[in-house]
Design a protein around this ligand. Structure first.
Ligand code: RIB
Length: 299
């Protein structure tokens, strides 16, 4: 099994559940508040590790109680944490999440994630380059993503960029990543809304994978074939971390040598599994759990 490195954010999610999401300017009564480990980077690392991948996490936490809990949580999930930096005098990343009516809103406060900079990458470079697959997201400084993607390309690594939260990306970064996995909203921010979705996918064969929530996921293979995998029919409890589960599962499948098409098909089911449970990481499945829940995957 190839080694995966995740370079990205580590957050504590402060999750409020309510019957529905509040409207702008509205106050509603919530049901409860939970502190749950999250962060797009950490979520992807946990998703891949729970499925059975060999994963090393690179990132920063603060020297606070949340930071200790976040490191413990990653280690408990089987993620290698040796090179995560604890930044003195800084708070750990946090995310304020409201979950209601099967949907969510998220506000992220970067905290220590803002310290995942070039200097940090240089300090862990040798370790990072032991990995075969490098996974990136948009919750660390973009110049760090640019730098890591450049290193990854130079050293022949598979680089997967999940561009959430949405922000534009440079042509250089786009050309350096092996796979880009936006949702529809992120794709619109990166590529604009003028292009027909199929034309867009055809413009990046074997590279662009667009997830469309309850509609499923689409890609164009390297041979130019457009493929769409519909979402599985599931009871949605909480969609937080579904995209991260998909990315982690994609990394896991590529690490075990699957083709891109097999990897995307499996990742789509793994993400569906995760939304049936509450919390970003709590709903992430083991490999056998995905196969038992969706026996059609064995065909
Ligand atoms: O993708 C879900 C994640 O986004 C949450 O865990 C939260 O921390 C934010 O980073």
């Amino acid at each position: 099994m190839a080694l995966i490195a995740v370079v990205g954010s580590i957050n504590m999610d402060l999750v409020v559940t309510a019957d529905r999401l509040p409207n702008k300017g509205e106050t509603i009564t919530g049901k409860d508040l939970q502190y749950l480990p999250g962060g797009k980077g950490a979520n992807q690392a946990v998703a891949a590790a729970k499925l059975g991948a060999d994963v090393q996490m690179f990132g920063c936490v603060g020297d606070d109680d949340l930071g200790k809990r976040l490191l413990e949580n990653l280690a408990d999930a089987g993620v290698e944490t040796t090179h995560i930096r604890t930044v003195p005098g800084v708070t750990s990343g946090t995310a304020l999440i409201t979950v209601g009516s099967g949907d969510n809103t998220i506000v992220v406060i970067p905290g220590a994630n803002a310290y995942v900079d070039r200097e940090y990458i240089d300090s862990i470079k040798d370790e990072l380059l032991r990995a075969d697959i490098i996974m990136l997201q948009h919750e660390i400084p973009q110049e760090t993503n640019e730098y890591v993607a450049e290193l990854g390309e130079k050293h022949g690594k598979i680089v997967i960029l999940d561009p959430g939260p949405a922000r534009p990306i440079s042509e250089a970064l786009l050309s350096r990543v092996s796979y880009l996995t936006p949702n529809e909203h992120e794709a619109a921010v990166i590529f604009g809304t003028e292009k027909d979705p199929e034309e867009l996918l055809k413009g990046y064969p074997g590279k662009l994978i667009i997830s469309q929530g309850d509609k499923g996921v689409s890609l164009c293979t390297a041979d130019g074939e457009l493929l769409h995998f519909p979402a599985a029919d599931v009871e949605v409890v909480d969609t937080t971390g579904a995209g991260d589960t998909m990315s982690g599962a994609l990394g896991f499948m590529l690490a075990r040598g699957s083709s891109l098409v097999e990897a995307v098909r499996f990742a789509n089911y793994a993400a569906a599994f995760s939304v049936e449970r509450y919390g970003a990481q709590t709903g992430m499945p083991a490999y056998d759990e995905v196969l038992s829940r969706f026996p059609e995957l064995r065909n």
